[in-house]
Design a protein around this ligand. Structure first.
Ligand SMILES: *Cc1c(COP(=O)(O)O)cnc(C)c1O
Length: 383
């Protein structure tokens, strides 16, 4: 029986020129990855000390335009420390979007804080400044000790927007609201390396931001993350507490607070340095595929998600908004059965058991998108 979505399957197969299984996003090691990893092995510096860590940090700072960058073992660890350094503590509240990968809420929870969910915008898929402003106007009050939720008496210590699939959210409006209410802005930029809002790199609008170099991200270090900030003191604190809070000394073990072993090993940073060199080619190739998708899906009943206005997106994962949940389920079944990987967007965080009791606003856009959005193959086509 011919599948209802055969034309889509055929198109994706022609775009990737293969009859084999097509993954959603595969890493591409087409530069100096092998050479740098071998260099680590030859030098024996494969672990927590080595020149590639410093170099990767410097190059990430340069690339994003942030003043400082601190490498971590993964993106979740980067978010955890970014939140902690933004002042998030036990029993605080942190506002974020319910439509996100679970790591955002996990990191909030590691600080002992509670996520509060506001809605997203349908066009950006990211945190809605209108929903945020509505929640704060109704519930928040500025005190000398910071912004407080009048209903719970808890401090609202941070706001964490996420740039979904690499598409920048309305980060300038969100930054203005953070300013107005005296709340720290921490961007979850895990998905948006290479994405810009009004010419400025995502992750540079708030106090701190986190990037991820997991295996499925735009560039990968196997596993890895990065905290970026313009604040020198915060950058120094980030480096200190992610490296067991060890006080520099030629041979003695002295640690001055409870720290974390969140260091990125040198061998992973070596991969990162090579991947950053290839990043412009990866982005160019990813945007070329997205342009082909946009052209193919124009005039069909499939709504291809394009970069929002004023933005330049990395198109990390290409996405479609389908007509309804039934259509989504049929689409997922057809493509996956045909060996063309497709996945639904995440379940809403407020529907997961551990976050189901959290406060939230009306989440109708998030719910609407959750039932309709799928990702389709997005790997760069370079060998
Ligand atoms: C990938 C990702 C992270 C961090 O993930 P790690 O796997 O820990 O590197 C955080 N938030 C979002 C939205 C992500 O997509």
């Amino acid at each position: 029986m011919i599948k209802k979505h055969q034309p889509v399957i055929d198109f994706i197969r022609s775009a990737y020129q293969t009859t084999a299984f097509i993954p959603l996003h595969e890493p591409k090691f087409v530069g100096n990855e092998k050479a740098y990893v071998i260099d680590c092995i030859d030098s024996t510096f494969v672990s927590s000390v080595g020149q590639y860590v410093d170099r990767f940090e410097q190059e990430m700072a340069k690339y994003t335009g942030a003043k400082y960058a601190v490498a971590t073992v993964n993106g979740t660890a980067a978010l955890h420390i970014a939140l902690k350094l933004a002042g998030v503590g036990p029993d605080d509240e942190v506002i974020t979007q319910s439509l996100s990968f679970v790591a955002t809420c996990n990191a909030i929870s590691y600080c002992g804080a509670k996520p509060v969910f506001v809605d997203v915008d349908r066009d950006t898929l990211g945190l809605s400044p209108v929903s945020l402003e509505a929640f704060l106007s109704a519930n928040a009050t500025r005190t000398t000790g910071g912004c407080v939720n009048k209903n719970t008496g808890r401090k609202i210590s941070a706001i964490v927007p996420m740039h979904t699939f690499g598409h920048p959210c309305r980060i300038d409006a969100i930054a203005d609201i953070c300013e107005e209410f005296g709340i720290a802005l921490v961007e979850d930029a895990a998905e948006s390396l290479g994405s810009y809002y009004q010419g400025r790199h995502t992750g540079t609008f708030g106090k701190l931001a986190a990037f991820s170099f997991n295996g499925n991200k735009t560039i990968t270090t196997g596993g890895g993350g990065m905290i970026v900030t313009d604040d020198e003191a915060l950058a120094k604190r980030a480096k200190h507490i992610t490296t067991t809070a060890k006080v520099p000394h030629p041979y003695e073990f002295i640690h001055d607070e409870i720290g974390y072993n969140y260091r990125l090993p040198n061998i992973n940073a070596a991969l990162g340095c090579a991947q950053l060199e290839v990043l412009p080619r990866l982005l160019e190739s990813k945007r070329a595929i997205s342009a082909e998708y946009a052209k193919f899906f124009a005039g069909t009943r499939f709504n291809f998600v394009q970069e929002p206005i004023n933005s330049h997106s990395n198109y990390w994962l290409n996405a479609l908004v389908l007509e309804d949940k039934q259509e989504r389920d049929a689409f997922l079944k057809d493509l996956n059965e045909a060996g063309v990987m497709s996945r639904p967007i995440w379940r809403l965080m407020n529907e997961l058991p551990m976050f189901s009791g959290c406060q939230s606003t009306d989440l109708s856009n998030a719910k609407w998108l959750e039932e309709r959005v799928v990702n389709i193959p997005s790997s760069a086509r370079i060998q």
